[in-house]
Design a protein around this ligand. Structure first.
Ligand code: ZN
Length: 313
């Protein structure tokens, strides 16, 4: 959703502060999160998802999201994103001044009932209310509104998810007034062919301008291959998390989201510009590891270092 500057080919959207931290037992102090935000913005990351506007008792790890949005907005060119589960969350995100917000919509209705405790009809109704809320805000202060199509590639409860269902839901969400939809491989079921096929099907249904991004997990080690497929087909925003934090409880050794450092290395080595300084990014990683001493970070570039003579694209 971020407007691409002429000096960037792909927008990396860092989700470690949200998707990563929400699945850790440790609670990172707010001051450390602010330093993380500052360091990563300085390294050139164009978009940060800083948290989720969910009730504190559900996710105490993310209880400071409003404060973090306000802090991140000090970085003028940074797109500041947050997850919102419902209208109330959307109102909080808007009040905090978020640049964009994402509502998760589980394409698998059993997953939706189990995780969000809501049926598809209830979430469609929520989307309508959020669109109504946004219409009441002056355009200059209105965050971009994306609906993330969770479990788009498969689901731990239902297994296979029909691509026709994903397309049908995407069409309805756009018809209801969502600015964008985004593909989300919640459980690491995607493969590169599926990424390309499903992207094309959705674009055919709702138009290319309605979908720019993909959210990938590395549960089965397919994250970078899937990111490359996304890039090949023409998506231009890829979510990733620093150090792949979060992990996967069902797949020991697997990172959570794809690892930002490894993704940026792949892209820059290919000549695809991300606007991110890899050395600075590796510094952020060291900081985050120190701030979360008992948590495992993932990734290869950090361990091996940059190749001799490596230069950013
Ligand atoms: Zn995720």
């Amino acid at each position: 959703m971020t407007a691409l500057g002429s000096d960037v080919d792909v927008t990396i959207s860092e989700v470690g502060l949200r998707d990563g931290l929400q699945s850790l037992a440790s609670i990172m102090p707010t001051e450390a999160k602010k330093t993380w935000i500052d360091m990563q913005a300085k390294a050139g990351v164009p978009e940060l998802e800083v948290g989720s506007f969910v009730p504190k008792k559900l996710l105490p790890q993310l209880a400071d999201t409003g404060e973090l949005v306000a802090h991140a907005l000090n970085h003028e060119d940074l797109s500041v994103a947050a997850l919102v589960p419902n209208l109330r969350g959307a109102e909080a995100a808007t009040a905090a001044g978020a640049t964009r917000m994402t509502l998760p919509f589980s394409v698998s209705e059993s997953h939706s009932l189990a995780n969000l405790r809501r049926s598809h009809d209830e979430i469609f109704a929520e989307v309508e209310q959020i669109v109504g809320h946004l219409a009441s805000i002056p355009e200059s202060k209105r965050p971009g509104f994306e609906v993330g199509l969770s479990t788009a590639f498969g689901c731990t409860i239902e297994g296979r998810v029909s691509e026709d269902d994903v397309v049908r839901i995407a069409e309805r969400l756009v018809a209801l007034g969502a600015d964008e939809v985004g593909l989300s491989d919640t459980s690491g079921y995607a493969d590169p062919a599926a990424v390309k096929r499903l992207t094309k099907k959705i674009w055919n249904a709702v138009g290319r301008e309605r979908m720019h991004g993909i959210h990938l997990h590395n549960t089965r080690g397919q994250g970078l291959a899937n990111a490359l497929a996304a890039l090949d087909v023409g998506l231009d925003t890829i979510d990733s998390s620093l150090g792949g934090i979060g992990g996967c409880p069902f797949a020991p050794g697997a990172s959570g989201n794809i690892v930002t450092e490894d993704l940026v290395f792949m892209l820059e080595a290919m000549g695809v510009r991300t606007g991110i300084d890899l050395d600075a990014l590796l510094e952020v990683r060291r900081f985050v590891q120190e701030a979360l001493p008992s948590e495992q970070l993932y990734g290869f570039v950090c361990e091996a270092g940059l190749p001799k003579g490596f230069r950013d694209a």
